[in-house]
Design a protein around this ligand. Structure first.
Ligand code: S3P
Length: 425
């Protein structure tokens, strides 16, 4: 795919698809809920479809499906799937799904594509094992996973790495445990599961990084999912990268555990205007971002969970900021859909950036005039979108390999990108 530079200033309203984390949860939690689950504004993408396939394999029925509304029906008691379940590229389906499988009276086998089968699963297999839910993995804790669901115990589990996916798996296992389950994390991770489970009738105590769930039942609810901050981040980076661009993202999820990227953008000097519009199922509103001269950023481990998927974008922004930026404590990026520390370095260096790669992040010197190059997203949706944003400020054309990967989280990304490019070239 050929991506040229953009020159003109513009002002645009850019709607983004529904939040991926919330869509996964609404679909997966419906398995344990009695009645109908109405999910307005759901993200229809490859990752969330993997969760839908899994939920159906456990007995959930699709009552209505349009591109803006999904209605699911369940009896709240999952059945044993007839076959191995494919999670595609979706780590969220596999990890949260492993916790859901604890409630299945039988065996659940979860597999995935080449990328997912390289991702660490010991982090979910071990704590589930401690609750008495046996989870077998391949050597090295790699998928496929074979989970033996059924009666299991509760107790306190301490995670070595903060992970919303693993926390969610344990909270789901807690619902069908004989006693309460407490999850302790080193740093608080996103709290969508806690909020949604409570809205569906679960009893939770405390808040991340220390949450307890009592055994109990769920009931289906109706919810409308706001726009995904992780998808909006690409457009906000694009508008922040050069003065003269201003964009408005309507109906965006404002959950404080998800907006770290936007807060970092403000610290770098971009002008952001937050307009609160509602609080159900979670805080949301419209966000305006205007480009400005950017200063450098310094990020440490405690900053990372609230912006984890957006951190590579901050490395890109740092190439355009005046000064030296230091991003540390982001080693989790090495075990995402690809090694995002290494692939971000490759993309930015190919485009002429001054980037020093470290085991847990980067040191970036800016500003540097980027130039078009041949880059490879290595099958990772977020790397493809990062390269596309970088191309808008690069001199000359950028040739991107692997643009199809955006189907995982943002199927319309390049359609919106090209529409914007038409007014910006
Ligand atoms: C997610 C949590 C994060 C994030 C992933 C989605 C979720 O991973 O990177 O894209 O929906 O819970 P962790 O489980 O490592 O926090």
């Amino acid at each position: 795919m050929d991506l040229g530079p953009w020159r003109k200033s513009f002002e645009e309203i850019i709607p983004v698809p529904g939040d991926k984390s919330l869509t996964h949860r609404a679909i997966l939690f419906s398995v344990l809920a009695t009645g109908e689950m109405e999910i307005g504004g759901w993200l229809d993408a490859a990752d969330t479809r993997a969760s839908l396939t899994f939920a159906q394999a456990l007995g959930v029925k699709v009552v209505e499906e349009t591109n803006s509304r999904l209605v699911l029906q369940s009896h709240g008691i999952p059945q044993e799937p007839h076959d191995v379940v494919g999670c595609g590229n979706s780590g969220t389906t596999m990890r949260i799904g492993a916790g859901l499988a604890a409630a299945v009276p039988g065996m659940v086998v979860l597999t995935g594509d080449d990328s997912l089968r390289r991702r660490p699963m010991k982090r979910v297999a071990e704590p589930l094992g401690m609750l008495g839910v046996p989870v077998l993995t391949r050597a090295g804790g790699l998928p496929p996973l074979a989970i033996q669901g059924g009666p299991h115990g509760g107790g306190r589990v301490t995670l070595a790495v903060s992970s919303a996916q693993v926390k969610s798996a344990l909270l789901l296992a807690g619902l069908t445990a004989e006693e309460a389950v407490t999850v302790a994390e080193p740093l608080p991770s996103r709290d969508h599961s806690e909020r949604l489970l409570q809205a569906m009738g679960a009893r939770l105590h405390g808040k991340a990084p220390l949450v307890t769930i009592d055994p109990g039942k769920l009931a289906g609810i109706a919810l409308t999912i706001p726009g995904d901050p992780s998808s909006a981040a690409f457009w906000c980076a694009l508008s922040a990268i050069l003065p003269g661009r201003r964009i408005i993202i309507p109906s965006l999820l404002f959950n404080p555990t998800r907006v770290g990227f936007f807060r970092a953008l403000e610290r770098m000097g971009a002008q952001l205007d937050w307009h609160d519009e509602g609080s159900l199922p979670e805080a949301w509103g419209s966000l305006t971002v205007a480009g400005a001269s950017l200063g450098p950023i310094r990020l440490k481990a405690s900053d990372i969970p609230a912006m984890v998927d957006e951190v590579p974008l901050l490395a890109l922004l740092a190439t355009q900021a005046l000064g030296t930026s230091v991003i540390e404590g982001a080693q989790e990026l090495r075990v995402k859909e690809c090694d995002r520390i290494s692939v971000t370095t490759q993309i930015l260096r190919a485009m002429g950036a001054e980037v020093e790669e470290r085991s847990d992040g980067w040191v970036v010197n800016g500003p540097v005039k980027l130039r078009g190059a041949q880059v490879d997203a290595q099958g990772d949706h977020r790397m493809a979108m990062l390269a596309a944003v970088a191309a808008t400020v690069a001199e000359g054309s950028t040739y991107l390999q692997g643009e199809d990967s955006v189907a995982v989280s943002y199927p319309r990304f390049f359609r919106q990108y090209e529409a914007l490019a038409r007014i910006a070239r």
